[in-house]
Design a protein around this ligand. Sequence first.
Ligand code: AVI
Length: 338
Amino acid sequence: MSSDSMPRFRLVELTGGDPFAEFAIDVAAGLTAESKHLSCRYFYDREGSRLFEAICELPEYYLTRAETEILERHAREIASLFPGDVTVIELGSGNAVKTRLLLDALLPRRRVRYVPIDICRPVLEESAADLLQRFPPLEIVAVAAEYYEGLRHLRSESDRPRLILWLGSNIGNFTREEAAVFLRRIRNTMTPADRMLVGVDLRKDRAVLEAAYDDAAGVTAAFNRNLLARINHELNGNFDPRAFRHRAIYNQDLGRIEMYLVSTRVQSVTIGRIGLTVRFAAGETIHTENSYKYTLAEINAVATAAGLQDQCFWQDAAGQFNLHLLATGEGRAARGEE
Ligand code: AVI
């Protein structure tokens, strides 16, 4: 089939297994562990995705603005690395607002296929509809999948050079070891013509970091508590989210923000679908998220461990956030490093 007769929008669903069963298994394991924990990947149901978008607008959450500033300044330079048609693949695309800056820079001169990979299907569909309207020449293949399942799709998008986006400090929700393993898996799908753009939040003052994850308006607290509401809806739980306080602290030794839900009193919670009753002491925590912050040396160590070359990076004016351009290190150098 010629590309002219391809539909402009396709949705590929790669949800391996039963997502509800997986959620149930992870919740049961996390809440019966010695130190209770829940995975941050479950934040993003529809309400969680909406709250995360609101977080990105908060005055304290500088990450999105810093990365947008870098893209506003350098999108054309990044686009110039790709002389011909290109496939832009985005991991954890969300509402793809920042991606528009890159598409704006790429589209006038080349054909662009955009492949967003995200676990929240409604968000994928809404943002695709918006992008198709804004950019009439754009072709979109939206992939509803977890990161690792999405990687399987990466291999099939190999007819053109690819720009793989992993923006928004999404790398921060992996440990540094996990980040290296994940990047290596992406690297194994890359050709010398491909580039990867990774948004990385930098280590900085505790006060700035803790405010970013514990905002005055309480949006991050609502985002954190929404995990309990999700357990109530999907697993027939009876959590009272108001009986848990949001806590975000910066662990300087590990260079990460840690988020917790703290039980405000002694309480028991029943989760019907998994037949589980969980007891909480007053002050007992559920660890819900880590968000790793990086030095330049730490970024380079992760890239090197993944077999990737850090070709160049850009930084916002306040020096809070970096955007790194990674390549396989084989073949011709990208123009960005010359
Ligand atoms: C999606 N991720 C990169 C965000 C972060 O900064 O770690 C999630 C988040 N958690 C609280 N605020 C934002």
